[in-house]
Design a protein around this ligand. Sequence first.
Ligand SMILES: O=C(O)C(=O)C[C@]1(C(=O)O)C=C[C@@H](O)C=C1
Length: 371
Amino acid sequence: MTTPDHDAASPAPTLPELRDRIDALDRELIAMLNRRARLAQEVGEIKKKEGSVVFRPEREAQVIDGLKQFNPGPLKNESVAPIWREIMSACRALETPTRVAYLGPAGTFSEEAALGFFGSSIVRVPCASIDEVFRNTSAGVADFGVVPVENSTEGMVARSLDIFLTTPLFIIGETSLFVRHNLLRKENALDGIEAVCAHPQALAQCHDWLSLHLPHAERRPVSSNAEGARLAAQDSRLAGIASARAASEYGVHVVAPAIQNDPHNRTRFAIVTDPHRHPAPQASGHDCTSLVVSVVNRPGAMYDILAPLKRHGVSMTRLESRPARSGQWEYYFFIDLQGHPEQPAVQTAMHELREACAFFKVLGAYPIDAH
Ligand SMILES: O=C(O)C(=O)C[C@]1(C(=O)O)C=C[C@@H](O)C=C1
């Protein structure tokens, strides 16, 4: 094979020669990354003078989108987003620390979502509950919060949606994650497992595999999958169900990988922040606007919600309902629209929708997950 690094007339390079070339390129890369980092520091100085915020999700989404279009290969486009997220995370950390609250402890899928969205150069603020993530972000203990909103097999995460009704926080981004559950244990064998410790949702999501392979083991619900992994690390009679990251975090083996019933199990997370401390993201070109509304319970009410969207050609990508708990069979509707209120069609449709609703709240407008 000929490449720009290999002239067809000369003999094929040996392994040590190829590695020398990789070393030389890596040195060029680190020099260039440091030049990039210095530019980010200069941007940081300007922002400090202007009093503007460091994290700009729409700018980061545009950088990644632009590079995907420019990418000549053979690097896959799916690899471009995580590599540049890490680069921008490291550059951002030179401008200011980013403190991110999520449902802990270490090794949870929420932590994985936080690291996937912000990169690993962040200050981690693990929380005991979803409520605490919202509280810590409102109180300024964290700059951002990461909360699960829906799972492809289990549906919406009711607690998060309920808090969205009243919280002053708003959404500035989203990220979704493949949720692969693995059986973890101190010993690398299935024999002798007496109990499987995991969050009740994970036990439910792995029901089929557990019934087939460990029919006699007790299923013991615990506060989080990471807690299950921690317990499994201490007692070889116990196994946990958690991510591969949790396995390395707690020093246990992945005895059986991907044991969830649904191989395409995904969870979507929202990134929230305080509007007093962070401006709403500007339009990036690929955006989503999340709303929660309620309508008076009468014939045609649902039509009144949908008609403005149809009139102005705005697509709805999600519609979920939650009981209003008024005892009147009233509902809140969580709606995702494609686009950003900076676009006139979206703005007009939202204005007409607001007129038709008894309750109307914009939860945020933000770039669509770039992964
Ligand atoms: O462009 C900016 O505003 C920057 O601060 C630089 C940079 C980057 O590394 O590219 C870093 C942080 C922001 O979230 C966006 C981009």
